[in-house]
Ligand binder design. Structure first.
Ligand code: ADP
Ligand code: AMP
Length: 231
């Protein structure tokens, strides 16, 4: 299964990607996570260059991003597929992905847009935190850990962190970039007959079920192409 999850910052791409990995037995690949891992290393000069871009909320250049994805999907764990979260983020990246997959003789199975009401995204992003030990995502209101300050997944205590770029100024820029550079991907995949849309405002379990249904070939994507408009 090779799929792309699309949607603005805070739509729930990472949340859904980690749920779908178990079902499909394929890894989720988040370009944002890959970049944040590099930023953490103070001896990595590229990491420090990337840090400034992440802090500003703009896009890392394609030559870095596309190469990183191409190398990542060559790893053994991707032999049965992958879930892309945060890539592609522009038409030029979508074109590069199409070319790359062709060269590797691989096919995309689907592109799912997680549709959300934009005014709700601020609440989603402002309440987001995660475990620095295992990456599990949480929310102050929508997904609290069972025991305060302890990760449900890896059981470590005191590992919760908030993203530096989840601040008002950077979020505003990330939303602007989404509208100007990422949204044009939607017609790109519609024209290729690949785009399905699910209601990302439903609770997390329902969103997962809707994505699974949208990817089901036998119902032709019954949950897809919902008439509801988001934005
Ligand atoms: P993205 O990867 O698209 O930026 P995340 O998956 O990190 O978004 O989700 C943003 C925040 O919203 C997280 O704190 C997550 O727990 C929460 N969240 C995700 N999906 C839902 C949902 N369907 N309802 C309520 N909160 C959600
Ligand atoms: P995310 O974790 O998906 O919210 O991404 C965090 C940040 O990483 C973005 O604001 C960008 O600066 C950078 N980034 C993530 N994915 C990409 C991509 N596909 N192309 C360029 N920059 C990206």
């Amino acid at each position: 299964m090779r799929i792309i999850l699309l949607g603005p910052p805070g739509a729930g791409k990472g949340t859904q990607a980690s749920r779908l990995t178990a079902k499909y037995g394929v890894p989720s690949i988040s370009t944002g996570d890959l970049f944040r891992a590099r930023v953490k290393d103070p001896n990595d000069p590229l990491g420090q260059q990337i840090k400034a871009i992440l802090d500003a909320g703009t896009l890392v250049p394609d030559e870095i991003t596309v190469k990183m994805i191409s190398e990542r999907i060559d790893h053994d764990d991707c032999k049965n597929g992958f879930i892309l979260d945060g890539f592609p983020r522009s038409v030029s990246q979508a074109e590069a992905l199409e070319k790359m997959l062709k060269e590797k003789n691989l096919k995309l199975d689907g592109v799912v847009q997680i549709g959300v009401d934009e005014e709700k995204l601020v609440e989603r992003i402002a309440g987001r935190f995660s475990c620095s030990g295992c990456g599990e995502g949480y929310h102050d209101k929508f997904k609290q850990p069972a025991h305060a300050n302890t990760c449900d997944k890896c059981h470590k205590t005191g590992t919760f962190v908030r993203r530096a770029d989840d601040n008002e100024k950077t979020v505003r820029e990330r939303m602007h970039i989404y509208h100007t550079q990422t949204e044009p991907i939607l017609p790109y995949y519609t024209e290729r007959g690949m785009l399905k849309t699910v209601d990302g405002m439903a609770d997390m379990d329902h969103v997962t079920a809707a994505i699974e249904s949208a990817l089901e070939p036998k119902n032709g994507g019954a949950a897809a192409n919902s008439p509801k408009k988001f934005g």
